[in-house]
Design a protein around this ligand. Sequence first.
Ligand code: AAL
Length: 405
Amino acid sequence: MRRSFYYLSLTTVILFFIASCGSAPCPECPDATSMEPTPEQLDFLGITNADHLSAASKRALLWPEEARSNEWFLQYKVHDLKGDLAYEEGVVRRDPSAVLKIDGLYYVWYTRSTGPTQGFGGDIATEKVFPWDRCDIWYATSEDGWTWKEEGLAVARGEKGAFDDRSVFTVECLYHDGKYYLTYQTVGGDYVVRVKNQVGLAYSDSPRGPWTKLEEPILSPADNGVWKGETQNRFLVEKKGDFDSHKVHDPCLLAYNGKFYLYYKGEQMGEEITFGGRQIRHGVAIADNPLGPYVKSKYNPISNSGHEICVWHHDGGIASLITTDGFEKNTIQWSPDGINFEIKSAIPGAPHAIGLVRDNNDGKDPISIMSWGLTHQYKNSDYQFIRRFEGERKERHTAKGVKAE
Ligand code: AAL
């Protein structure tokens, strides 16, 4: 009881601190040193002397309750799939969408192409520069989530001259109000190093299509960066521009608060390697109608780390798995409003390019949605394949042979 009161007060204090102080140092603001921790808190944190708190102990005293309750902590295992989605030599299958259960059958959409990748050294007009170049979107179904049947093409590249005539890839699927919406990355024209990816959308009354494509992209990179020189070098810039000045990637559409939130990954012109890895950040664009127009949030970027988007509904807000890049990689974050995310747990890595099974979300446990889903894995730099992950909360750390209770 006393502890709950402490954490409640602490949350209030933190919120007050954030609201009133901004980023400037605030001499009047309360900090952990003035809080007089209880003997119970000192014991839990293993603090030797409350009069001599290290910086780490001060931070620990400010942890929210979740950091102690462990309810957001995830560990996982990855398994091979069977049937058509088992690894197949010569075929790229990657970036699975969310898995939707429709009339007792699971559906997934994904990036598919064949043949090896030549890269940027040769003839870009005829070769394949990435495994996700010259791709189309295909789909597969399964009764049990293990054995999959490849059903065929869902959305193909556009006609020559269209904004998506080179590749359509990295798809997500949303079911809303009787319709299915696919959002995916697009490249048009030659896939040069400085090419600007966009996001396209197709919709249908049935998961089996036919799909109607919007003729224009629903999202494009910010156009406020300036390249330096004419060579195809993405690191050379006069001005970097916004976090998404080069590419908008990994779109994931959620219906939220009566609107449509299109989460995405941004890549910046002149991207650098910082102490956290690549400069990758997430943004959101919001629309009143699933077909758009989508308006980028003024609060973008909404993360300063991460890679592929993995977001789900929880407790009236949105949870987000942050992997791969940046100082906050390997964390799960949650926001009460879909925009202002706070770290809830640090996890030991996570599967990449997750396709969540939205039906697994029980509406209570924040990580129930992670009980199983799809991911992709690199067999080598040419070929990737789709696999299944199974996640669970870690409750105890035990030695071999000791039974965890
Ligand atoms: C993935 C995603 C996007 C990128 C490429 C294919 O991990 O971030 O989809 O474009 O790699």
